[in-house]
Design a protein around this ligand. Structure first.
Ligand SMILES: [Zn+2]
Length: 222
């Protein structure tokens, strides 16, 4: 029997199976789907799930799943900080040179930390986009923070810039590179010669940033 790691019921029309980079199976289902129909959907797709899990395990270096225990390290802006479990903390996650989490929130630590990271991502990345756009004359519509697993950023044809909240775990100069990359896409859709020339003008050492992401990107997990 295939193990289901997490189920999210949301306002959606059909069941979706998501295999995360660590091989975990996430099920997204419409609000009133029963456990039984989720289970039967998963059983029907066992072959696909197993193949996909095997594929991600070879494609991505496997990082040990987090245990959310005292002293365990978490990334933020390119550095790793220890987690400390404390009593009576409100809001349940705080950061002050280390991560503090309320004892009663530990059982849902991944969710609580995700909320915290998303908030920081929205604040920091929106600010960086604003600065670089103003400085270099780029006009964008809005900044969206996504939960993308494999893409750090993307740019829609309507001028929306999307960034994965996971990017907030990277150093600021690396975040700036992704911001510049997506801003340049407002003018150059493809990764052609003129695209990279424009990126190079705005950030001459961008290749170092790409290398950092390639090496450390898979570690930016919670
Ligand atoms: Zn691109």
């Amino acid at each position: 029997m295939v193990k289901i790691d997490q189920v999210f019921r949301t306002k959606r029309k059909s069941i979706a199976l998501i295999i995360q980079r660590d091989g975990r199976l996430i099920v997204r289902a419409p609000l009133h789907t029963s456990d039984k129909s989720i289970r039967s959907f998963v059983e029907k797709n066992t072959a696909w799930i197993k193949a996909k899990q095997a594929q991600v395990k070879t494609a991505y270096p496997q990082v040990a799943p987090k245990k959310y225990i005292d002293g365990e390290k978490f990334w933020y802006l390119g550095r790793q900080y220890p987690l400390q479990i404390v009593d009576r903390l409100n809001p349940p996650v705080k950061f002050f040179d280390r991560f503090f989490i309320d004892r009663s929130a530990v059982c849902k630590a991944q969710w609580h930390l995700t909320q915290w990271y998303k908030k920081q991502a929205r604040r920091v990345i929106s600010e960086r986009v604003k600065i670089f756009a103003a400085k270099n004359g780029f006009a964008y519509r809005q900044v969206k923070i996504t939960s993308a697993q494999t893409r750090w950023g993307s740019c829609s044809s309507k001028g929306s810039l999307c960034f994965s909240w996971r990017l907030i775990m990277a150093p600021l100069p690396v975040i700036d590179y992704v911001v510049i990359h997506e801003l340049v896409h407002l003018k150059e859709k493809n990764h052609g010669k003129s695209f990279w020339e424009k990126v190079n003008t705005l950030m001459p050492d961008y290749k170092q940033k790409i290398a950092w992401l390639k090496k450390n990107g898979p570690l930016l997990q919670i």
